[in-house]
Design a protein around this ligand. Structure first.
Ligand SMILES: [Zn+2]
Length: 250
């Protein structure tokens, strides 16, 4: 089982670990490590990219491998190497390092989407039904029949006010029963979680938004900077989509 530091410390950029296994995937050889900082993807947030590095030893010089993506396989995280890579050996010590610039941009983007959810729920009572993101931009779908261009402009202004307010972003792990007792979490459909799950990880933008969530986020909304609504569209009579992009520097 790979220990994943990213869930409790989203700011960890690298970790030393021992290679536990090498797995062949469709994309290329993949490395399983005893611990990692790579987010394996999920909940609309793409997986991390980065590098594995081994130090020079009596057996040979330092080596480096490009990690083109990560994925979860049972309890392990696969670090997928570029096709044709000659992977490290089981038992080797390596340093796993994420592309921090890209990850931090994803953390800012992900946190901005939570602020958008929080504002749309608080001001209009509209539930989120899905979302997706890339570094610097994302979209969310809502059950939001009366959405309009005017409302979207008001939403953009409200989200920017909340981000600029410097709200703390808290990560918690709750027992299943505890999580199911929180009405705000029920609306984000944690009742869809598999019955076997005993713990629920929550992300709270203090005073604005609370969600069951597996992704990585910044610690304070001020780190996100301002956003712009780049588009909105109807996906049907009730379902509406809002697209946003970050406009500031992290
Ligand atoms: Zn999230």
């Amino acid at each position: 089982m790979s220990e994943n530091i990213c869930y409790r410390d989203a700011y960890a950029r690298s970790v030393e670990a021992t290679v536990g296994a090498i797995v062949e995937t469709e994309r290329g050889p993949a490395v399983v490590l005893e611990r990692t900082v790579f987010y394996p993807g999920g909940g609309g947030q793409p997986s991390d990219t980065g590098w594995l590095e081994s130090l020079a030893s009596a057996d040979g010089p330092a080596r480096s491998w490009t990690v083109v993506g990560a994925a979860k396989q049972d309890d392990d995280v696969l670090h997928v190497l570029a096709p044709g890579s000659d992977p490290p050996s089981v038992g080797d010590a390596v340093r796993a390092q994420i592309d921090w610039e890209r990850r931090h941009l994803l953390m800012r983007t992900h946190t901005a989407l939570h602020a958008l959810c929080g504002v749309v729920w608080r001001d209009y009572g509209a539930q989120v039904t899905g979302g997706n993101m890339e570094p610097g931009a994302g979209r969310m779908d809502f059950e939001f029949e009366r959405m309009s261009g005017e409302l979207v402009a008001a939403i953009e202004a409200a989200v920017n006010r909340e981000l600029a307010a410097g709200r703390e972003v808290r990560v918690k792990v709750l027992q299943r029963d505890e999580a199911f007792a929180i009405p705000d979490l029920i609306r984000t459909k944690i009742n869809l979680l598999p019955a076997g799950i005993t713990e629920v990880r929550t992300i709270e933008i203090v005073g604005l938004d609370l969600q069951a969530d597996g992704g990585t986020h910044v610690a304070n909304t001020s780190e996100v900077g301002p956003i712009r609504v780049t588009g909105y569209e109807s996906k049907g009579r009730i379902n509406k989509r809002i697209r946003i992009a970050l406009t500031g520097q992290g």
